[in-house]
Design a protein around this ligand. Structure first.
Ligand SMILES: O=C(O)Cc1cc(O)ccc1O
Ligand SMILES: [Fe+2]
Length: 457
């Protein structure tokens, strides 16, 4: 289904709402969607018999008793309830594959050393879909205690075929770096490409199809604790940053397919389990509620920054945040570094040298990051944990310290992002022993020269 827009805007580099599917809009709204007219019961959730002979089923994303403003649940009206499946058994990712999903984030590989990885390639020698190509890179906390998060990479060279996936451990924030995805979910379809993100909440089943590409890869933050919200705007006012209406939710779309061999792979406490069914589990004819997957086009981010002097802290670029119970402190912030105009006077404009109580995992979707001249590449990653000093590399420092401070567009054609957390982020065994770790990363800073002179002001 295509949907045309007449509003053209020169600074959005992809059509504002033009997409492969039709969406409902509004962050955190309560939606109703039916793909057959009259499929939603009127005025109640569980009638004795549902329209069209459908089953009613609720999915709760918060405790029943969570405060109303935070309560999230959705009612599905489906051909069969999701409990119709054969017993779960352990699911092995590809035999002999180094890729693996893990849930342990012990301190075995913990280090204050600044870490950086080159991009990991999509394998050519083996066929892998989104599930079998998931590899955990780092994380914090514990899925069973609903505390912390995991950071995974995904690499796929084929679509998931007669296979659905869901995580009982947390919400999947998917950040594509290459390849366009069509994601079938119980609530309907989402089309997601690089420079867009999507969030599939805990428990919602989804299947990832590659669209117009032979391979796809990207980053995932799996949030074990709470859900993402939009940051408060404070003195910014009622508009700005990621605006609620730009968050797109799917519309109901079902398949009525029986007598097939189908797999539901469920992530539970960091392990993968598989249950077989004889039918497609994407059989939701109608749904209503506020617990649903969504996508957001990052080029719609309304960027705010200093127009006088000094470098503003990167929280000004927060797209979505999962807050801890400590006011203003995030379990996980998703922050982007979008193309923008830089006009600050008498200012060292790139990211400053710093040490942070928060923990910073960064990825690059495209282009070049302002703080690094070399070495941080699209598909790569870096990790600067609690109080590990970091900042611009030597060449960036020299260039920016001597640059003429004219108004300029920075990071044009670039998009970096950061997962920032109050929790210390531990790399996995895969990240430290198999992934392409940059052993020379310290050379970004060791050559920084001494400029001090008592005779100079
Ligand atoms: O470390 C980084 O590159 C991320 C970052 C960017 C910035 O502009 C200020 C602080 C910060 O941690
Ligand atoms: Fe930083």
């Amino acid at each position: 289904m295509s949907h045309q827009t007449t509003n053209k805007c020169s600074f959005f580099d992809i059509e504002t709402y033009g997409d492969d599917f039709k969406y409902l809009q509004g962050f955190g709204s309560t939606f109703s969607s039916e793909s057959l007219e009259g499929a939603l019961p009127v005025g109640q959730n569980c009638p004795q018999k549902c329209p069209y002979g459908l089953y009613a089923e609720q999915i709760s994303g918060t405790a029943f008793t969570a405060p109303r403003v935070r309560n999230q649940r959705t009612w599905f009206y489906r051909i069969r309830p999701s409990v119709v499946h054969y017993p779960f058994h352990p699911h092995r990712q590809k035999e002999n594959s180094v890729r693996k999903v893990v849930s342990e984030f012990g301190s075995e590989y913990a280090t204050p050393q600044q870490l950086r990885w080159l991009p990991t390639q999509v394998p050519k020698e083996e066929e892998i879909d989104f599930v079998d190509g998931l590899t955990t890179m780092a994380g914090a906390g514990n899925a069973a205690h609903k505390s912390g998060f995991a950071i995974h990479m995904y690499h796929a060279n084929k679509s998931m075929n007669k296979r659905a996936f869901c995580s009982a451990d947390g919400d999947f924030l998917i950040v594509p770096q290459s390849g366009k995805l069509h994601i079938q979910t119980e609530c309907g379809w989402l089309s997601v490409r690089p420079k867009e993100i999507c969030v599939v909440p805990r428990g919602i089943r989804f299947s990832v199809q590659l669209k117009e590409c032979d391979s796809a890869s990207g980053y995932i933050a799996e949030l074990f604790e709470g859900h993402f919200t939009l940051p408060d705007l404070g003195p910014i006012g009622a508009n700005g940053l990621a605006n609620p209406r730009d968050f797109c939710y799917p519309t109901a779309c079902y398949e009525d397919v029986d007598d097939i061999e189908y797999e539901v792979i469920q992530k539970y406490q960091g392990k993968l389990f598989c249950a077989n069914t004889d039918h497609s589990v994407f059989d939701v004819v109608a749904w209503h509620g506020n617990y649903a997957p969504y996508k957001y086009n990052l080029t719609l981010f309304n960027t705010i920054n200093s127009v006088s002097f000094d470098h503003i802290d990167p929280c000004i670029f927060t797209v979505i945040t999962a807050q801890s119970n400590d006011p203003g402190v995030a379990v996980l912030d998703f922050v982007i570094f979008p193309p923008r105009h830089s006009v600050q006077e008498n200012t060292f404009r790139p990211p400053y040298f710093h040490r942070n109580t928060m923990n910073e995992f960064m990825g690059l979707i495209e282009g070049k990051y302002e703080a690094k001249q070399t070495g941080f590449l699209p598909g790569g990653a870096s990790l600067h944990n609690c109080m590990s000093p970091h900042g611009p590399d030597r060449d960036t420092f020299e260039k920016a310290s001597n640059a003429e401070l004219v108004a300029e567009k920075v990071a044009g054609g670039s998009l970096a992002f950061m997962f920032e957390s109050t929790y210390m982020i531990n790399p996995t065994e895969w990240a430290m022993t198999q992934a392409p770790l940059d052993k020379e990363y310290h050379q970004a800073w060791v050559p920084l020269e001494k400029h001090f002179s008592k005779d100079r002001k």
